[in-house]
Design a protein around this ligand. Structure first.
Ligand code: HEC
Length: 172
């Protein structure tokens, strides 16, 4: 009984200290101060596992169609390059000030399956600056972006530039 009272006392003390800490304002919420190692581990491990869990039953459509890849390129160029860059294209200043910093996707796409890329793009990532594109884009358009990202990871800057030129020709 005595031990249980001690345990409850310690739990109450930790809870009260937590609330005092939150209200004290001493935690630095600035985007220029990195998380400590523990918070960083909690955030990134939660993100990785959440994406894997939620994407596991998504059925991937055929992504090899060249018109789909082209449509994906148009959307990627319009909405993603500023934060994530592309082969031969740097991220914009906006990305440098974000925390967490948006990764250069050319380097990280191989870490995700197409279903996971679809899930991240459709639903976004809370409290990171990664928007959910599902509220404004159909699944078809999001799959098109996934199809493009899969191709992009092996593209040279010249191949990326050529897509731009090809697209302008199509529009003429
Ligand atoms: C305003 C900036 C911003 C824009 C625009 C943006 N993203 Fe992101 N994105 C982020 C941030 C920040 C992260 C990092 C999230 C994290 O650390 O968990 C991210 C993460 C991702 C990831 C996971 C990458 C990884 O390796 O962890 C994918 C995939 C992704 N974004 C796809 C897209 C696509 C596709 C678009 C365009 C439709 C897009 N993003 C537009 C900010 C952005």
């Amino acid at each position: 009984m005595k031990n249980l009272l001690w345990l409850l006392g310690i739990i109450a003390l930790v809870a009260v200290s937590g609330v005092i800490f939150i209200y004290s304002g001493t935690y630095n919420i600035s985007a220029t101060v990195p998380h400590n190692a523990l918070t960083h581990w909690i955030m990134s491990t939660t993100m990785d596992n959440s994406v894997k869990h939620h994407a596991k039953n998504i059925v991937v459509p055929d992504l090899s169609d060249s018109s789909k890849i082209k449509m994906g390129f148009v959307h990627y160029r319009a909405m993603c390059v500023s934060c994530h860059g592309a082969p031969g294209v740097s991220q914009e200043e906006l990305a440098a000030g974000l925390y967490p910093k948006p990764p250069k996707l050319v380097r990280t796409i191989h870490e995700w399956t197409p279903a996971e890329l679809f899930w991240i793009t459709k639903y976004g990532v809370k409290m990171t600056g990664m928007p959910a594109w599902g509220p404004t884009h159909s699944d078809d358009k999001i799959w098109a972006m996934v199809a493009f990202m899969e191709k992009m990871q092996k593209m040279t800057p010249e191949q990326y530039k050529n897509l731009d030129i090809e697209l302008k020709k199509d529009q003429d």
